[in-house]
Design a binder for this molecule. Structure first.
Ligand SMILES: N=C(N)NCCCC(=O)O
Ligand SMILES: [Zn+2]
Ligand SMILES: [Zn+2]
Length: 335
């Protein structure tokens, strides 16, 4: 048993509810001490069976404006120390209902986007062989293309629900095809998307031209713009998502800039008029009734954050996604 004189790396008392190796027990080791893994969960090498892996991809060479999302994974992990075991909003204990681990970071090339994209795909495929599902912490939005390649290899064309201020279906920037503004155009061109079933949520802000919207529809996306949030409410947005994706395999990609900059200042291309944290969490809870096969949380850039506001938002978004992935005894739980 740990006491105040025992180095923490020698004995880490963990919650072991449901037979899973869970968080370091915060009633024994205070939250600000101990390992820097996501939610103080075990590392992947500390357990034998894995259901969900949390993977960091510290890559930001694809950004068009402010850099810094390469520090996102470490910032989200540090901001996740306060997460507790039981999620009352979904009536689930996400780390007891499934084995969740921290798979660490991929070490990707910061000087070659092409090489980084290839190695992210290879890394994601390797993680998916070990774990049934993964939640990836970015990193800029470029990383979602190789992540979708890995998921589509396992599931076929995917229904992507994309939360973002931006469409990210643009074509090129300065001739570059792999950037954080282009992942979903590439994914659509590569046949990774179910073009009947993809949806952007929270889009807003100026575009380059009206043609952006025509292209976006052709690439397979419907849109719930941020401006419709008040009229629809979280329930209305969940219904729009459910109508669009049905029971297809769904991948949720959360660009933290879908939140208003007041709720998530720490990001590279902020746009005013976004969702509140409460709205986003409420919508994500609706994914518990969908076939959520994977997710990412991207574009957290801690240099522009204050008091971990953005990091805490990203860690709670991650927690709702992990909760939505958790198997339920009764799948008709109303929430
Ligand atoms: N994916 C994010 N966050 N931003 C894309 C912005 C692309 C642009 O500068 O037009
Ligand atoms: Zn964005
Ligand atoms: Zn984005």
């Amino acid at each position: 048993m740990a006491d105040a004189t025992t180095p923490l790396h020698q004995t880490l008392p963990r919650i072991t509810e449901g037979g899973r190796v869970g968080q370091v027990d915060a009633t024994v080791v205070p939250r600000f001490a101990g390992p820097p893994t996501f939610a103080r969960l075990p590392r992947v090498d500390e357990v034998s069976d894995v259901d969900v892996a949390v993977l960091g991809v510290p890559f930001d060479a694809g950004v068009s404006y402010r850099p810094g999302a390469r520090f996102g994974p470490a910032h989200i992990r540090e901001s996740s120390r306060l997460l507790r075991p039981y999620n009352p909003a979904q009536d689930v204990s996400p780390f007891a209902a499934q084995q969740v681990v921290d798979a660490g970071d991929l070490g990707v090339n910061p000087f070659s986007i092409d090489e980084a994209v290839d190695s992210i795909e290879a890394g994601a495929r390797a993680v998916l062989e070990r774990a049934g599902r993964m939640l990836t912490l970015g990193g800029d939005h470029t990383i979602t293309l190789p992540l979708l390649r890995a998921h589509a290899a396992a599931h076929g064309p995917i229904a992507v629900v994309h939360f973002d201020a931006h469409l990210d279906t643009w074509d090129t920037y300065f001739g570059a095809r792999y950037t954080h503004g282009t992942p979903f155009r590439r994914a659509s061109e590569e046949g990774l998307l179910d073009k009947e079933a993809c949806l952007h949520v929270g889009s807003r802000g100026p575009l380059y031209s009206a043609k952006d919207l025509d292209d976006d529809a052709t690439l397979g996306f419907a849109i719930v713009p941020s401006v419709e949030m008040d009229d629809l409410g979280a329930r209305g947005v969940i219904e729009r998502i459910r109508d669009r994706v049905g029971d297809r395999p769904v991948y949720a990609s959360i660009d933290i800039d879908v939140l208003d900059p007041g709720f998530a200042p720490g990001t590279g291309t902020p746009e005013t008029g976004g969702l509140t944290g409460r709205e986003l969490l409420a919508i994500l809870r609706g994914f518990a009734d969908l076939n959520l096969i994977g997710a990412d949380v991207v574009e957290v850039a801690p240099a522009y954050d204050h008091a971990e506001v953005t990091g805490i938002a990203a860690s709670h978004v991650s927690y709702e996604l992990l909760s939505a992935m958790a198997p339920r005894a009764d799948s008709e739980v109303s929430r």
